[in-house]
Design a protein around this ligand. Structure first.
Ligand SMILES: [Zn+2]
Length: 233
């Protein structure tokens, strides 16, 4: 691809929806029939930790049962074969990019399969439940919470993301609504740094006007075609 060496890809709910994983919907504010305020804020966790732990225990189970789809596999292929810089920034908490084989992945909103100990700050890969109050493998305290960035909390690794955006020649947004900041602002960051911008989405997103090009359709169809295009140029 002409003059493109550094690629930043942002992925969102749309790419995992085709693997059967539902996520927070901005239009009605519900996530698996729960109000976001009840399960995805630090206040909710203080008020009713059992409800929140049960909710993420169920999300963890869903993630373990899901399989990567053609879009995840195509991005893993790009990661494998692209010798320029590449960063896949995902808003998703599942591990489907990694299970498809992608390595250069950053989870800005945390991960369902990770537990974070509030006593010693250790993070552990976690595939079981937290509702039953297991002790932290590092310090033994019963103080683990889902390693998820809740509403009102700072997304992970913003510095690394902005530095990648500042160097990007091409920014591609896949399956995101363009409604949730700060991710919704990445396209503008990339543009002002001189990157070309492309959106692959089911519908036009709220930020569509910021993209040089929008291709509409399911990620499992659009992403493999786009990756093929990038790697064959
Ligand atoms: Zn600990």
């Amino acid at each position: 691809m002409d003059g493109v060496r550094n690629i930043v890809i942002l992925t969102g709910a749309g790419i995992s929806a085709e693997s059967g994983l539902r996520t927070f919907r901005a239009d009605d504010g519900l996530w698996e029939d729960h109000r976001v305020e009840d399960v995805a804020t630090p206040q909710a966790f203080r008020r009713d930790p059992g409800l929140v732990q049960r909710f993420y225990d169920a999300r963890r189970e869903n993630v373990l049962a899901a399989e990567p789809n053609a879009a995840h596999r195509a991005l893993a292929r790009l990661d494998e074969e692209w010798d320029g810089e590449l960063l896949i920034v995902t808003q998703n908490i599942d591990d489907l990019h990694e299970r498809a084989g992608a390595k250069r992945v950053l989870h800005m909103h945390g991960q369902a399969l990770s537990a974070w100990c509030l006593a010693c700050d250790a993070r552990h890969r976690w595939t079981g439940t937290l509702l039953d109050g297991p002790g932290c493998p590092a310090c033994g305290e019963v103080a683990m919470r889902p390693d998820i960035v809740w509403f009102g909390e700072m997304p992970y690794e913003m510095e690394r993301i902005f530095s990648a955006l500042a160097r990007a020649d091409l920014f591609v947004s896949i399956g995101t609504s363009g409604a949730v900041y700060p991710a919704a602002g990445f396209v503008q960051q990339a543009r002002s740094a001189g990157a070309r911008t492309l959106e692959l989405n089911l519908d036009r997103s709220q930020g569509s006007q910021w993209f040089d090009e929008s291709r509409l359709g399911p990620a499992s169809a659009l992403v493999p075609l786009w990756v093929e295009e990038v790697l064959s140029e």
